[in-house]
Write a protein that binds this ligand. Structure first.
Ligand code: HEM
Length: 454
């Protein structure tokens, strides 16, 4: 009999806080500013004279926002202001016809048949990580698996959907991406207060410098790909060849650069966080780690991990889902109530910010039994079939659902299976990092785990 595992979570504000204390908590960790009631109620509003924010957690209300009335709940100016310096008007931030066109152009590399061809690159990225671990002295050592997983997932994107990124550019992209996100809650807080974009806050200069570095790299990549018309059929090649269906115009270099930044960033940070939290949970739940290792050995034996074998790891799939329930790599989604329509019996204004905190939906007390407990059996097929699609939604839902969801699941499975058959992960008995929202869900202070290569 193994004891129940309650891995670290966030302590919410016990009640809705006045604006200044709210912002004080928000800049440290936006999840800490959200009051306890949001874990209990279907919808909670914030603001005295006017409703500034509505936190929506009820699956039926979320579906209403993301599907039935999606056109009346567009993406927010806040999202655009905060992310635009890096990802411009690419797929993540675009709206209307421009979004529709970009989504169409970007979809083919994410078709099932294409995805399967990426599996060797995914396994190879994990193998490289293991090789580096094996070079380290000693039978066991401590390593920051957050950094290692970022490296591995970046390698996958750079060798599949976006070919031809040099190692030096890759290093700058990873470093600048992180430096941009570190102070991001200050920028969100300034945007919530409607301060101008020029408003200075701690970390602002670093954000500007990082954004400039990233933009210079993606623009250089687009220029290089214009000169070098290689045989590659990756996303950049597709965007370079695309013609607007109405005007016949090619996609502008600016939008191509926006999408390069979007996919470089969205395509590796999130999956890296899923893997990081998965390794943490498995280090704390050694019996599950052994079960997964047994499943991998029984299915794959000594042979290579392939597209076929990946689909035959049901326990690994359940564990990954449970990890993404407890630690959704993109913990918060936002929209704006453009028409000021009523939701869940609450009168809202036409500028009310709608926050769908995936982190809290996944731990809501009305939706999950013993929500903070790690229990992969919640995702046994007969149980999973009963959850509404918006109760467990690490990839969002509706027309703007993550374009890379199948890519990410395949990648996380391939990498995790490769790591587990080559190494054991151990917990030092103390580490319990708080999950902090910085667009992605980071472990506060990194994720140093003990690794014992097998
Ligand atoms: C575990 C990994 C991932 C998670 C949890 C995740 C989560 C999400 C979520 C929640 C959204 C919806 C945002 C919204 O509607 O406001 C989204 C959108 C998006 N994701 Fe992912 N993502 C992951 C991996 C990936 C990968 C691997 C790629 C690309 C290779 C990617 C590219 C995108 C893009 C471009 C969008 C915008 C789609 C659109 O608006 O049409 N994501 N993702």
């Amino acid at each position: 009999m193994t004891s129940a595992l309650y891995p670290p979570t966030v302590t919410p504000a016990s009640r809705p806080l006045p604006l200044l204390p709210f912002l004080g908590r928000f800049v440290r960790n936006p999840l800490r500013a959200i009051p306890q009631a949001v874990y209990d109620e279907p919808i909670v509003t914030y603001g005295k004279k006017r409703t500034l924010v509505a936190w929506v957690t009820d699956p039926a209300l979320v579906e209403n926002i993301l599907v039935k009335n999606a056109d009346r709940f567009p993406k927010t100016r806040l999202d655009r202001r905060v992310l635009r310096p890096v990802v411009g008007d690419g797929l993540l931030t675009a709206q209307g016809d421009s979004w529709r066109w970009q989504r169409k152009i970007a979809s083919p590399p994410f078709r099932h048949s294409e995805l399967l061809s990426y599996v060797p690159a995914m396994v190879d990225a994990a193998d490289r990580c293991v090789m580096q671990w094996r070079r380290r002295p000693g039978a066991a050592f401590t390593t920051d698996v957050e950094a290692d997983m970022t490296e591995a997932t970046f390698n996958v994107v750079a060798r599949t959907i976006l070919a031809g990124i040099s190692e030096a550019d890759g290093d700058t992209i990873k470093r600048s991406g992180r430096a941009y996100l570190d102070p991001i809650s200050w920028e969100v807080a300034a945007a919530l207060l409607q301060y101008p974009e020029t408003y200075w806050h701690p970390g602002k200069t670093r954000m500007k410098r990082s954004a400039a570095e990233l933009r210079a790299i993606v623009k250089g990549l687009v220029a290089r790909r214009h000169r070098d018309q290689s045989e590659s059929n990756d996303l950049v090649a597709r965007m370079l060849a695309a013609k607007d269906p109405e005007t016949g115009q090619p996609m502008s270099d600016e939008i191509i650069a926006d999408n390069l930044a979007t996919f470089l960033f969205a395509g590796h940070e999130t999956t890296a966080k899923a893997l990081t939290w998965a390794l943490y949970i498995l280090a704390r739940a050694p019996e599950w780690q052994e079960r997964l290792r047994d499943e991998i050995t029984a299915t794959v034996g000594n042979g290579p991990i392939t597209a076929e074998t990946i689909n035959k790891l049901p326990t690994l799939s359940r564990v990954l889902k449970e990890v993404m329930r407890l630690y959704p790599p993109a913990p918060v989604m936002t929209r704006v109530n453009a028409d000021g329509i009523e939701i869940g019996g609450k009168e809202l204004q036409n500028s009310t910010l709608i926050v769908m905190p995936i982190f809290i939906i996944h731990r809501h007390r009305a939706l999950w039994e013993d929500p903070n407990r790690f229990d992969p059996d919640r995702f046994l097929p007969e149980k999973e079939a009963r959850y509404p699609r918006t109760q467990f939604m690490p990839f969002g839902y509706g027309q703007r659902i993550c374009i890379g969801s199948s890519f990410a699941i395949l990648e996380a499975t391939a990498i995790l299976a490769t790591l587990l058959r080559n190494a054991r992960f151990e917990w030092d008995g103390k580490l319990a990092p708080e999950p902090v929202s910085r667009v992605t869900l980071r472990p506060k202070g990194g994720m140093p785990l003990i690794v014992r290569p097998l």
